[in-house]
Design a protein around this ligand. Structure first.
Ligand code: NAP
Ligand code: MG
Length: 431
């Protein structure tokens, strides 16, 4: 059975599934959960997809336990953004959250939603509360080929999210003079270093970072690598920036030796430091399959390059991991506003739900691991496999249809794609 369009889908598949009406038959028990997931709903097209995923791919099979927080912009406005803080607190309490994409308001959004204030980015608020690091991983599927031929496995990026050029102080020098770096300690003692004796106009900037923040970043990376059973690469430019980048390197090495070396050895994993120039060359020649940790700017630039090199932003997952092992899963893309406006006008959309499905499977798998529910872990594996097999069979959304190397491609609309995944999943579950 293939569905080109939602209108071709049999009604039984289209109707939202109620508690006792599943495709697996009435006697098939649903998977029982122990601890609730923190569920953060969101905005626009991803909010529409969120419900479709729950109704079609989760609720028929799992006795889904969630603590629901509506981070949709209207609710954030109604609660003066208190709901975001509550969701972050709940994440700390339970340990695992799944988040839908949300609007970060700008001036246009303040007008569009008649907001009381231009609220901060929910992701920023949650990151600040959890003190986490963001990891981004591409979802690989046959038919969507990475631009780099040697890459067989995902390369996961970890970007430090504090300081450096993102918190810089800049100064334009108009003419001759001396620029100095001055540090005044609490007793008032000054340390001075000459930056440059200017003979004419130029520019200066001051950067900083904090040992605490770098240590948290390092621990998040070591924990994530152990969790995913992959090697960790870290690279900076410490040959040139001996003190600044040298500090990043020595913090990573110290924490590794003191806290993680034994665990890495036991798991057969490697922590590998190399100069960023060398790392870039090795990454391109590699097969993939490792975590690449980078400073803030390097991570910003490189993760955009990696997302494109692997194929598509709609096939990129994102997880925030705190140094003490709290997880928040989401898609790397936004609320897909352009598609949402089409949807509102009643036009057919073909929005890719893969990254949002993988946010759910990531969270369910983690919850299953923590609570010792093998069935939940296995369900997450099967749903991911069903998603990939559906695409590999040629059924995909428009964004992938444009770049695939497969022949016989069927471009499906938003809902028909989710229903096609459900059909593959049903077969896997042996119904
Ligand atoms: P976006 O949602 O990432 O979408 C940008 C474009 O990328 C889309 O118009 C679409 O291209 C393509 N695209 C992204 N995801 C796709 C998917 N799942 N399926 C198919 N195509 C996809 O960015 P935006 O539209 O510029 O931003 C909308 C809102 O998202 C903003 O208000 C922003 O604040 C928010 N945002 C939230 C998060 C988050 O919560 N994590 C992250 C980023 C942005 P075509 O139009 O060419 O089809
Ligand atoms: Mg960027």
């Amino acid at each position: 059975m293939t569905f080109r369009n939602v209108r071709d889908v049999p009604t039984i598949l289209r109707t939202p599934v109620s508690d006792n009406d599943t495709m697996r038959g009435l006697d098939m028990a649903k998977i029982v959960m122990k601890t609730p997931l923190v569920e953060m709903d969101g905005d626009e097209m991803t909010r529409i997809i969120w419900k479709m995923i729950k109704d079609n791919l989760l609720l028929p099979y799992i006795d889904l336990k969630t603590e629901y927080y509506d981070l949709g912009l209207r609710k954030r406005d109604e609660t003066d953004d208190q709901i975001t803080i509550e969701a972050a607190e709940a994440t700390k309490k339970y340990g695992v959250a799944v988040k839908c994409a949300t609007i970060t308001p700008n001036a246009d959004r303040v007008k569009e939603y008649d907001l009381k204030a231009m609220y901060k980015s929910p992701n920023g608020t949650i990151r600040a509360a959890l003190d986490g690091t963001v990891f981004r991983a591409p979802i690989l599927v046959k038919g969507i080929e990475p631009y780099v031929r040697t890459w067989k496995k995902p390369i996961i990026m970890a970007r430090h999210a504090y300081g450096d050029v993102y918190k810089n102080v800049e100064h334009r020098v108009d003419g001759p003079g001396k620029a100095e770096l001055v540090f005044t300690d609490q007793e008032g003692a000054e340390t001075r270093k000459v930056i440059h004796e200017f003979k004419g106009p130029g520019i200066i900037q001051g950067l900083h970072n904090l040992d605490d923040s770098i240590e948290g970043f390092a621990r998040s990376c070591f924990n994530y690598a152990l969790d995913q059973k992959i090697d960790l690469w870290f690279s900076t430019k410490d040959t040139i920036s001996k003190i600044y980048d040298g500090e990043f390197r020595s913090i990573f090495e110290k924490i590794y030796e003191n806290e993680y070396k034994e665990k890495f050895d036991a798991a057969g994993l490697e922590f590998f430091y190399t100069l960023i120039d060398d790392a870039v060359a090795r990454v391109i020649r590699s097969e993939g399959g490792f975590l690449w940790a980078l400073k803030n700017y390097d991570g910003d630039v490189m993760s955009d390059m990696m997302a494109t090199s692997f194929g598509s932003l709609a096939m990129m997952t994102s997880v925030l991991v705190s140094p003490d092992g709290i997880y928040e899963f989401e898609a790397a893309h936004g609320t897909v506003q352009r598609h949402y406006y089409k949807h509102l006008k009643g036009e057919t959309t073909s929005t890719n739900s893969v990254a949002t499905i993988f946010a759910w499977t990531g969270a369910l798998r983690k919850r299953g691991e923590l609570d010792g529910i093998d069935e939940l872990v296995s369900f997450a594996d099967k749903l991911e496999a069903a998603t990939l097999e559906t695409i590999e069979s040629g059924k995909m959304t428009g964004d992938l249809a444009l770049i695939t190397t497969l022949d016989n491609v069927e471009k499906l609309d938003t809902e028909a794609f989710i229903l096609a995944i459900r059909e593959t999943l049903e077969k896997k579950l042996g119904a």
